[in-house]
Design a protein around this ligand. Structure first.
Ligand SMILES: *Cc1c(COP(=O)(O)O)cnc(C)c1O
Length: 369
């Protein structure tokens, strides 16, 4: 095929021409085939190394005979379960095909050419992608110590700003903002600017002053909080997440939402997952033990890392991380280089099971030698 410019660029919607696609990790099976290896470990996509709750299997088995039917487009049962969990009215809830879908819906509802979408340096890659896809301009506030500088972010809110995106904690850095800082920020943003607080990793965070922003929804009608079943609940492949917001905002999001964006297997699995606190607790415990294991290992290897409260950690390998990534791949350890985030010397490593973490550390010590 010719390498000349794509002729269809001339007819794209604004923003598409300069859009860089999100680059997901390769599937494990494909990598193993390419490299001629087996038994690799995947610590690349912040998935739950313990899998998911056993209850999910039974729930899916019960739902399976009905998969020829469209799902409940209103997501009645799951929205009610979530309303109970969050002590909110079901009208505050917008279901998504993963929370990425909710982020995308937010962009489509509130952003257009001429508008500005604001986020921090190192912020999750979906914010610029969804914003640029609808033709909005991107504004990036500089980070401090890899973390968000909420003052700088607030200073950049202007009269064209429509949406500000905050991942707390942030992926890929694992940094977080505390309750006082975050609420001051939200209170300082004009009421006609949407603030999105993406809480994909909230269950993992163990800090007394870490805020659950959903508690502020009644106070700030311009706030949207997003959550996912992909991380601690271990349902990444099913694609289910949701937004919490003022009913007026949810009404707009639901206008743009595809009618069947949340499928039956995902919704039934999510409800089963919500009922298994034991699984969530075991996952969180595995994560904190694994975080301690990995950080101790990095220290022993003399490697700096960005302190993380998520289920992953970005480690500075002191040279282009792509090389280290390739060397790790050859011994069956799949991690995620994050040069695309402007962090060329960092590898993002998902916390695994104890045996996986040990294997990663041992491989890392050999390849950085
Ligand atoms: C993983 C992740 C999500 C969740 O994405 P899903 O579409 O729900 O799988 C959202 N935000 C951030 C910052 C993430 O890292």
């Amino acid at each position: 095929m010719s390498k000349s410019a794509n002729p269809f660029l001339e007819i794209t919607a604004p923003g598409i021409e300069n859009l860089k696609p999100y680059i997901p990790g390769k599937p494990v099976s494909e990598l193993e085939r390419e490299l001629g290896i087996r038994d690799s470990i995947k610590l690349a996509s912040n998935e739950n190394p313990l899998g998911c709750s056993d209850r999910v299997r039974d729930a899916i088995a019960a739902e399976w005979p009905h998969i020829s039917r469209y799902p409940d487009g209103g997501g009645y049962a799951l929205r009610n379960a979530l309303a109970k969990k969050h002590d909110l009215d079901p009208v505050c809830i917008t279901l998504g095909n993963g929370s990425n879908d909710v982020l995308d819906i937010i962009a489509r509802v509130f952003l257009a050419p001429g508008h500005e979408s604001l986020f921090s340096q190192y912020a999750f890659a979906v914010y610029p992608i969804s914003s640029q896809a609808v033709g909005a301009s991107l504004r990036v506030a500089p980070a401090v110590d890899y973390g968000y500088d909420l003052e700088a972010l607030l200073n950049m809110v202007g009269n064209k700003t429509r949406v500000v995106w905050i991942a707390n904690p942030n992926n890929p850095t694992g940094t977080w903002v505390n309750g006082e800082e975050l609420e001051n920020f939200i209170a300082g943003v004009p009421a006609n600017v949407i603030v999105v607080v993406d809480e994909a990793y909230i269950e993992y965070v163990d800090k007394p002053d870490y805020p659950d922003a959903s508690k502020w929804l009644a106070k700030y009608p311009n706030l949207i909080v997003t959550r996912t079943f992909s991380k601690v609940y271990g349902l990444a492949s099913l694609r289910i997440g949701y937004g919490l917001s003022h009913p007026d905002v949810a009404d707009l999001l639901n206008r743009v939402r595809q009618p069947f964006n949340a499928n039956s297997l995902a919704m039934t699995a999510a409800m089963a997952a919500l009922e298994d606190d034991g699984f969530v607790n075991r996952s969180v415990q595995n994560n904190s033990a694994g975080m301690a294991q990995l950080t101790a290992g990095f220290q022993q290897l003399g490697l700096d890392f960005i302190p993380s409260v998520g289920n992953f950690i970005a480690v500075d390998v002191g040279r282009p991380a792509d090389e280290i990534d390739q060397a790790l791949l050859r011994v069956g350890c799949i991690t995620r280089p994050i040069a695309a985030y402007g962090l060329p010397n960092h590898l993002r490593i998902t916390i695994g099971r104890p045996d996986e973490n040990a294997r990663l550390l041992s491989a890392l010590s050999k390849v950085i030698d």
